[in-house]
Write a protein that binds this ligand. Structure first.
Ligand SMILES: NC(=O)c1ccc[n+]([C@@H]2O[C@H](COP(=O)([O-])OP(=O)(O)OC[C@H]3O[C@@H](n4cnc5c(N)ncnc54)[C@H](OP(=O)(O)O)[C@@H]3O)[C@@H](O)[C@H]2O)c1
Length: 292
């Protein structure tokens, strides 16, 4: 019995570090990949790897049923697809660019108004390393569109389909980056303190990794039974005092402690609000604007 081989194919528009990683992942999976990018030097680099050049956005859309977008934001999607909006009918756009949930919903509506199907994604990767075991992609949008194209998109990373709301992938993606951004700045501050204090960060890093292992415990504790107030007043006061020591350790050696001052401001607001209300007011309530 002879086996029929059909080469799967896809277009990728947007060849920044992430778009390039996507092209490499598709090529590695044996796909025929057609690429377009605003600045052409990035196209040349992908063609050298085996991708096919599209001279125009229209040509990239025409080349395949599914086009993956990897752009800086949704504003870029209008700049790009606006060049060939009359080529969208009957196509499928998988926009894996980052933006706010609402901008994503509006963008989804714009694509559909031009006759294409739409699915959105948030690339929860370890940087642009799509093959890292921790990397995966959130998807949201119509279930039938995801189901129809999940297999095609699988080379990019493991998939987590979240639901029909076009903005949902971005809600989860941005929420996780909400944790990551202060973490990154805090990490920079920590290693600056180590170095400015005359020590080697290589000795410090394993301890940082080890203490990160406790973070899941804190996540579980702080959200158990959807508690409103995790810390009692004594604990809030302890956090205020504790972060002052971090600020001192940083500033004694000339390290910027802005992120620690910001954290301290939340605990101080919670303490003041608690004293005023005669009950524990959590930082969770402060952040949600339920008490200021
Ligand atoms: N890189 C990562 O590690 C990573 C990880 C997870 C998620 N993401 C997300 O994935 C998306 C792509 O990431 P990236 O790092 O590749 O982003 P990037 O460096 O900002 O590049 C994205 C692409 O957008 C294009 N672009 C931007 N504005 C444009 C416009 N007005 N018209 C036409 N093209 C435009 C750029 O074209 P030019 O080349 O012509 O400038 C480039 O090809 C972003 O939404 C990012 O947040 C990235």
């Amino acid at each position: 019995m002879s086996e029929q081989h059909t080469t799967r194919s896809v277009s990728v528009i947007g060849l920044g570090p992430m778009g390039q990683a996507m092209v490499r992942a598709f090529l590695a999976a044996g796909f025929e990949v057609t690429v377009w990018n605003r600045s052409t030097a990035k196209i040349d680099a992908m063609v050298e790897l085996g991708a096919k050049r599209a001279e125009t956005v229209a040509a990239a859309l025409d080349a395949n049923e599914v086009t993956v977008l990897s752009l800086t934001h949704y504003a870029a999607m209008y700049d790009v697809l606006g060049q060939a909006a009359d080529h969208l009918t009957g196509k499928v756009i998988a926009n894996l660019s980052s933006d706010s949930p609402e901008k994503t919903r509006v963008g989804a509506g714009w694509v559909r108004s031009h006759g294409a199907q739409f699915i959105s994604g948030g690339v929860m990767s370890a940087g642009d390393n799509l093959v890292h075991p921790a990397s995966y992609i959130f998807y949201s949008g119509p279930r039938e569109v995801f189901d129809a194209h999940a297999e095609l998109l699988r080379p990019l990373s493991p998939q987590e389909y979240l639901g029909a709301d076009d903005g949902l992938a971005q809600i989860y993606y941005q929420a996780l980056l909400t944790i990551m951004h202060p973490w990154l700045i805090g990490f920079e501050q920590a290693i600056a303190v180590i170095e400015r204090s005359g020590h080697d960060i290589d000795r410090f890093i394993p301890f940082a990794v080890r203490s990160n292992a406790a973070f899941p415990y804190f996540m579980a504790e702080s959200t158990a039974a959807k508690k409103k107030a995790w810390l009692d007043l004594a604990s809030l006061i302890m956090m205020d005092a504790g972060v002052q020591h971090v600020i001192d350790a940083s500033e004694e050696v000339g390290v910027d402690a802005t992120i620690s001052h910001t954290a301290q401001a939340f605990w101080r607001k919670a303490i003041a609000a608690s004293e005023q209300a005669g009950r524990v007011v959590s930082t969770r309530e402060i952040i949600r604007g339920e008490k200021s």
